[in-house]
Design a protein around this ligand. Structure first.
Ligand SMILES: [Ca+2]
Ligand SMILES: [Ca+2]
Ligand SMILES: [Ca+2]
Length: 403
């Protein structure tokens, strides 16, 4: 099938190597008590010159970083997460390895990853789902937002891009009878950028801000943001007179295709739900999608709880994984249970707090890392592993990526 998102899957970074295939080799006896020498062997296929090396060894137990511009150094014995950045033939390079046990002198092989495994198209760059608190400590809603970013070298149309929310919960594992995740992303909300062609063009390195309510929230809450200049907002006609949405006539509303709730949609403020960007293939309308029985699937699962195991069944709208443009798993770092969609879309997850009820989460977002500036545009990291690709729990800034 010919699709209008075809270009996003064209791997312009074909030279890339897989991320982190490092293994231990040649470990020897330690040289001094309580310390050991770490040597990193960096493999960067097809690259002639490497410069600007920065190697960070994060001592997991002591929560301490050791930074160096060389590939060999002595460190206290311990468990380390290694991350390396460098420039290879003018391109930014990143390499990672987690959980390296440094108990004796050791050589670790890292394989360089140039830019991304993800498509070079639109990505979710910042997600603000936690909401804010007023200076008086009261919960404030309506100021959540998503930043979509053109991570390609071409101007792209954002028309038809669908912001989706995962139906499955990251902290509540289901034992699925038929594990559909290899084929489908189960969703409980779908909101689409309007337009059917080139209405909303996004230049390389440019961001699109999608707000719950595009208004100046600082008037009611000085801990919030002025979102009145957002590019889009989502608006829900509520079935409840007591729970209503706000519509700024100056800011275009997303097309609401589907949402699980009949009132107003508020993203889960503890980060138990994950998000993605999707597109229908060319020629597939929303009407056709919702009329396709095979994409509204009933499935059975076992719910394992402290009180016992329960057989359940549920029905979800499914988006074929090939239609997913980008996806980001979210879960509190200590209560994460499972990846609610295919690990090929996202092999890791990111968070704003260790537990869902952590009150420090308010005002914090997850933000995709910047690899560097290439030819004048910002390039974001997209290895389809949000654990690596995102900075967890940053101070939310809806305009961080705005040029
Ligand atoms: Ca709204
Ligand atoms: Ca509006
Ligand atoms: Ca991705």
């Amino acid at each position: 099938m010919k699709t209008n998102y075809k270009n996003y899957f064209v791997p312009w970074y074909l030279v890339l190597c897989p991320l982190v295939l490092g293994t231990f080799v040649g470990c020897e006896q330690q040289t001094a008590e309580n310390t050991a020498r770490l040597t990193v062997l960096l493999h960067a296929e097809g690259i002639d010159s490497i410069s600007n090396i920065s190697l960070t060894a994060h001592d997991i137990n002591m929560n301490k970083d050791y930074k160096d511009s060389t590939l060999s150094r002595t460190l206290p014995q311990g468990y380390y997460d290694l991350s390396l950045s460098a420039t290879g033939d003018g391109q930014p390079i990143r390499a990672y390895k987690r959980g390296v046990a440094l108990t004796e002198d050791c050589t670790v092989e890292l394989k360089a990853d140039f830019v991304t495994k993800g498509n070079a198209g639109f990505v979710l760059a910042e997600i603000f789902f936690a909401g804010t608190e007023t200076p008086e400590g009261k919960r404030y809603v309506g100021d959540k937002y998503f930043v979509v970013f053109n991570n390609s070298a071409d101007t792209l149309s954002a028309d038809g891009l669908i912001l989706v929310e995962a139906d499955l919960n990251s902290v509540q594992k289901y034992n699925l009878d038929n594990d559909f995740r290899d084929k489908y992303f189960a969703v409980d909300a779908m909101y689409r950028i309007p337009g059917e062609g080139d209405t909303y063009r996004v230049a390389p390195g440019e961001a699109v801000l999608i707000a719950d309510n595009a208004m100046d929230h600082t008037e009611a809450n000085t801990n919030s943001f002025d979102l009145s200049t957002a590019d889009f907002e989502w608006y829900d006609l509520s079935s409840s007179a007591g729970v209503t949405d706000v519509d700024n006539p100056e800011v275009t509303n997303l097309d609401k295709l589907y949402c699980y709730t009949y009132t107003i949609r508020v993203p889960h403020n503890q980060g138990h739900k994950s998000f993605g960007l999707a597109r229908f293939p060319e020629g597939v309308t929303a009407e056709q999608y919702f009329a396709t029985d095979s994409l509204y699937v009933q499935y059975n699962y076992e719910l394992v709880t402290a009180a016992g195991t329960f057989s359940q069944s549920k029905k979800s709208y499914m988006i074929p994984n090939e239609w997913i443009v980008d996806a980001v798993n979210l879960a509190p770092s200590e209560t994460f249970q499972w990846l609610t969609f295919s690990d090929r879309l996202d092999a890791g997850y990111t968070y704003v707090a260790p537990t869902g009820s952590d009150k420090t989460r308010f005002g914090k977002a997850v933000r995709r890392k910047t690899l560097g500036i290439m030819n004048g545009r910002r390039l974001l990291m997209d290895t389809n592993n949000s654990t690596d690709d995102f900075e967890a729990g940053v101070s939310a800034d809806p305009f961080y990526f705005r040029n």
